[in-house]
Write a new protein. Structure first.
Length: 135
């Protein structure tokens, strides 16, 4: 009987001792900072230059305006060789202030819409033709 009580007491102390030394992470494992949005693009054979020319007229033009409006922090285009036919060869990167930039915001959406409309108006019929080349 005394053996059972001793074993039970040891087991209880063991459980109590290990339970209090469990490690819980209370600190954030991340820092507040910028967020990047990436798009991976695969262009067809001999069409990379045409794609980049179209990007300059649409994507880059709109992001320059977005930069002036404070909607984004920066943007980049990375170009490299594809590893195989199914791989991408262009990465489009946009840096935002924080994750809140992706939350719904009517004012921010109106700014983006105004930028898009400005690009469409400046390109006229060429805009739709350029978009068709993106597919």
């Amino acid at each position: 009987m005394r053996n059972i009580i001793s074993i039970s007491l040891l087991f209880f102390l063991f459980v109590l001792g290990t339970g209090s030394t469990s490690f819980s992470q209370t600190d954030n494992v991340y820092n507040q900072g910028t967020v990047w949005s990436l798009a991976f693009v695969r262009t067809g054979t001999n069409s990379t230059n045409d794609y980049l020319k179209g990007l300059k007229k649409t994507w880059e033009a709109s992001l320059k305006d977005a930069l002036k409006e404070g909607l984004i922090k920066s943007y980049k285009v990375l170009l490299g060789p594809a590893a195989n036919q199914e791989d991408y060869n262009i990465i489009l990167m946009i840096e935002f202030e924080n994750m809140a930039s992706f939350d719904p915001d009517v004012i921010r959406d109106k700014k983006w819409d105004a930028i898009d409309q400005k690009i469409k108006d400046s390109m006229k019929d060429e805009y739709q033709e350029t978009l068709l080349n993106y597919e």
